[in-house]
Ligand binder design. Structure first.
Ligand code: UDP
Length: 372
């Protein structure tokens, strides 16, 4: 049995959870984080001017059906009840999202009850599409062309920089369609936001006598000999120096504004029309309704293709990426002492709860084979 420490690359949820599980089992763990802070893209920090807790890389609302994951995060922080209620601005009107009975009645100026709305939708959706092959077909078969054009077409083109006919149907399957007035964006049993922000939560997960975290420090492959095993949650292609080509990501840019009082009256407003260059505006004091602030900060969110130096946000799972991913995965499985995990390490559009569940499973499987 080797007693070398274990290296964990990345201090987001994946890295922190794996590190904590291994540290608890008695391993010494070194966490390498190239940025100057922990928490990955969930990082939160108080705005120095207003005192508002800012979601630095965009809104993060925790939601899950996974009891184990919910218990896990609650061990480290107080999760405040929070329900994500998103609004949409479409052609000068404000609607409720996800598309629900209120949206349908507002949009078509009707007073449908649930059954009438369902029958109406049956009449307008494209029933010829029985097996949607792309985002547009998925939308047309779900809600028909008018709703598709209003809520999804422009927003999706801005968000992904691609014609929705070239995007996978799975992107839209994330969103519910409801025939009642439930405007909760998520359908999961548990939903909340950590009272003190995500960075404090991740900091507590990492706060263990067997864990040393190195901030602003890249992991170099030449260090591998010092470690028993490496858990790598950075970008999969970057680990292999992009030798087969770069996996495509969308990156986000946030334009910050500060005002006194209130800007939009809700946390998130989507701008679905294509004449607005941004996709949405988020007003961050609404993510902490338990706090009071006189000023407000809000961020316009712009999406673009990630270049080499940009922070990757969304993996783009198109056919050509999947082929490239396949080739990188073959390289990855040939590596003996390294496990790739998380959104960047496995190149998947993962929610926080799935990231944590997978990190727990990853650590468990390693520990079964490597008992101290
Ligand atoms: N979407 C859209 N209009 C909206 C909201 C979402 O077209 O008002 C599409 C868009 O393509 C987006 C996908 O639905 O990428 C999934 O939405 P979700 O809110 O889950 O995106 P995220 O919050 O992860 O960016």
């Amino acid at each position: 049995m080797s007693y070398k420490p274990i290296a964990v690359v990345g201090a987001g949820f994946s890295g922190a959870v794996v590190a904590q599980q291994l540290a608890d089992a008695g391993h010494n763990v070194h966490v390498f984080e190239s940025r100057s802070h922990i928490g990955g893209n969930c990082h939160t920090e108080r705005d120095s001017d207003t005192g508002i807790m800012a979601h630095v890389y965009g809104p993060h609302i925790f939601h899950t059906n996974n009891e184990e994951v919910w218990r896990y995060v609650n061990r480290y922080c107080s999760m405040e009840a929070y329900v994500n209620r998103v609004k949409a601005c479409v052609k000068g009107n404000i609607y409720s999202l996800p598309i629900n009975l209120h949206t349908l009645n507002q949009f078509f100026s009707r007073t449908f009850n649930p059954k009438e709305a369902q029958e109406f939708l049956l009449g307008i959706r494209d029933r010829a599409i029985t097996n949607p092959q792309n985002f547009e077909e998925q939308a047309l078969s779900m809600v028909g062309s008018e709703l598709y054009e209003a809520f999804f077409k422009g927003y999706t083109q801005k968000q992904w920089g691609r014609d929705p006919r070239t995007l996978p149907a799975s992107i839209l399957k994330r969103l519910p369609l409801r025939f009642n007035y439930d405007d909760n964006y998520f359908s999961h049993r548990y939903q909340g936001i950590p009272r003190e922000g995500y960075t404090v939560l991740v900091g507590r997960i990492l706060d263990h006598k067997n864990i040393t975290t190195f901030l602003g420090q890249m992991y170099e492959k030449s260090l591998a000999q010092d470690y028993q095993h490496v858990f790598y949650s950075g970008p999969l292609d970057k680990y292999f120096d992009s030798s087969l080509g770069a996996l495509a990501y969308r990156t986000l840019r946030f334009e910050k504004h500060t005002e006194v009082g209130d800007f939009q009256g809700c946390a998130v407003m989507n701008y679905c029309d294509s004449n607005f260059p941004f996709t949405r505006i988020s007003e961050h004091k609404y993510f902490a309704p338990w706090e009071q602030h006189e000023k407000t900060i809000y961020f316009k969110e712009f999406s673009s293709e990630a270049g080499g130096e940009d922070i990757p946000f969304y993996p783009i799972g198109l056919a050509q990426e999947n082929e490239l991913l396949d080739r990188y995965q073959r390289l990855a499985s040939a590596e003996e002492h390294i496990t790739f995990l998380g959104r960047l390490g496995t190149y998947r559009y993962l929610d926080m709860d799935v990231t944590i569940a997978e990190a727990l499973a990853c650590a468990k499987s390693f520990l079964l084979k490597n008992r101290i």
